[in-house]
Design a binder for this molecule. Structure first.
Ligand SMILES: Cc1ncc(C[n+]2csc(CCOP(=O)(O)OP(=O)(O)O)c2C)c(N)n1
Ligand code: SF4
Ligand SMILES: [Mg+2]
Length: 291
């Protein structure tokens, strides 16, 4: 989709760097994701004044600091709610959430289905490192059972969840997956997500060499597999099938996409419909909400 905010400015990827330098550990996968975000903004020609990066709390949630744009570093797990409000307040902006597996699927897990089913017009980039990095290595919802973590030194007792399968069934209208070690693919998929009208989710395996010694860059490189030739990303049955990893590998690429009315479209439709009707009485709503 071509948006009014695209192709408005010519800036090189490095010109999207803010004055703050990343403080991530050497070898952290989040660097690859940040490079992909710079690249995408440059390719789409987005003026920094038209872009809002929203995050919660975590190492990955620091990403907005490093981008020349508007930004909000909010509460742990609440980035999606803030981003939804931002998008509804000014639908012309490009809104992106960046965060981690803990932020998105532990404390923020209750927001995920609702952003997806409402089809909020925004991009959600999740840096999945299978650990809580910022708080020094507790297990997250994507931590493998055999992974010894800070509070589970003998390994876990829970099965990890698969973010892609969840987002498909929650009703996200663009679901993609990539590995941070392939910034070209990450940039292509993030670009597609920003072009997409609706809720676009991009799951990026981004290693945490400091606290997750099992899911190394090599582990993720060996884990991922590009979608087969002739794969149709509009086919939900096929998407669910590949998300379940029949070959044992995690699929990377555009897994699913569909066109569906967005939350903003529906709100406009309702306002036009009810606002124009003779029965509409704003006072009734005010009275109903009075304590
Ligand atoms: C309400 C609240 N609970 C807990 C915390 C502590 N906390 C900060 S970041 C974090 C987890 C971060 O993990 P993740 O989202 O995976 O990000 P990463 O650091 O791995 O990139 C936790 C538990 C907090 N800041 N606020
Ligand atoms: S602790 Fe892990 S996630 Fe956080 S900056 Fe270091 S390598 Fe990255
Ligand atoms: Mg994490």
């Amino acid at each position: 989709m071509n948006r009014a905010i695209f192709n408005n400015i010519e800036m090189k990827p490095k010109q999207y760097k803010s004055d703050v330098s990343p403080v991530w550990c050497p070898g952290c996968g989040d660097y690859g994701v940040l490079a992909s975000v710079y690249r995408t903004l440059s390719e789409l020609g987005i003026n920094p004044k038209d872009f809002v990066a929203v995050s919660g709390i975590g190492c990955s949630s620091r990403l907005p600091y490093f981008v020349k744009s508007y930004k909000m570093h909010t509460l742990h797990g609440r980035a999606g709610a803030v981003a939804t409000g931002t998008q509804l307040a000014n639908p012309e902006l490009a809104v992106m959430v960046t965060g981690g597996d803990g932020d998105g699927f532990s404390i923020g897990g209750g927001h995920m289905p609702h952003m997806a089913r409402k089809n909020v017009d925004m991009t959600y980039v999740l840096m999945d490192n299978g650990i809580y990095g910022l708080t020094k290595g507790q297990s997250s919802p994507t931590t493998r059972k055999e992974m010894p973590a800070y509070i589970t030194p003998y390994g876990g007792v829970e099965e990890p969840m698969d973010p892609v399968s969840y987002m498909l069934t929650y009703g996200a209208t663009y679901v993609a997956q990539a590995f941070a070690g392939n910034p070209k693919m990450c940039a292509e998929l993030i670009k597609g997500a920003m072009e997409h009208k609706g809720f676009a989710y991009v799951n990026i395996f981004a290693q945490c060499p400091t606290f997750n010694k099992l899911d190394t860059a090599k582990y993720y490189r060996d884990l991922v597999e590009e979608l087969p030739e002739g794969y149709d990303p509009t086919d939900m049955d096929q998407a669910i099938k590949v998300a379940r990893r029949p070959t044992g590998k995690a699929p990377v690429g555009l897994i699913y996409t569909e066109d569906r009315y967005t939350l903003c479209d529906e709100m406009k439709r309702l306002v036009d419909h009810v606002g124009g009707s003779a029965d509409y009485d704003k006072q009734k709503i005010v009275d109903l909400n009075r304590p």
